[in-house]
Design a protein around this ligand. Structure first.
Ligand SMILES: [Zn+2]
Length: 152
């Protein structure tokens, strides 16, 4: 022990499309060829994250033609100790074929597509000592796919 406390870093936000900021639209990110062989693993990984925060209500699907039930979209945020995402993100992968940043997929692969041991405790620790997200890399990544054919 050095006696020095290590600062708990912010979690990297991914998959957020909420106001008040002008977050990206999932419609920009549709790519039916992306990570085809790993889709199931990615969806399971997203659903198994430890709860790291809650929203004020159930989310809704941003694809208006979709009839996903709000309960399916979830109301909380989940984390693997490095990244944080809204619970409904799995639905966008599963039903709407959206892409996620390679760096996030890299973390999943390093974790062998499972939550690492002790994840819930690590996330609880982050919550009590830091509790903040870093949105900037996610926004920068997603905005490079901005489509002018999409109005929201
Ligand atoms: Zn949907």
């Amino acid at each position: 022990m050095t006696g020095e406390e290590e600062a708990v870093p912010k979690l990297k936000a991914v998959g957020f499309w909420r106001p008040p900021r002008k977050w990206p639209s999932p419609r920009w990110l549709v790519n039916s060829d992306w990570e085809l062989e790993n889709r199931g693993r990615i969806t399971r990984y997203l659903r198994s994250g430890s709860v790291c925060g809650g929203a004020l209500g159930y989310s809704w699907c941003r694809f208006h033609c979709c009839r996903a039930h709000p309960v399916r979209m979830g109301s909380c945020e989940r984390s693997d100790g490095i990244w944080a995402w809204p619970e409904g993100l799995a639905h966008y992968i599963h039903k709407h074929n959206i892409m996620l940043p390679d760096a996030f997929i890299h973390t999943m692969r390093m974790n062998e597509w499972r939550m690492p041991a002790g994840n819930a405790e690590r996330v609880a620790d982050w919550r009590s000592t830091c509790g903040a997200y870093d949105y900037e890399p996610w926004e920068t990544w997603a905005f490079q796919y901005k489509s002018w054919y999409v109005f929201w």
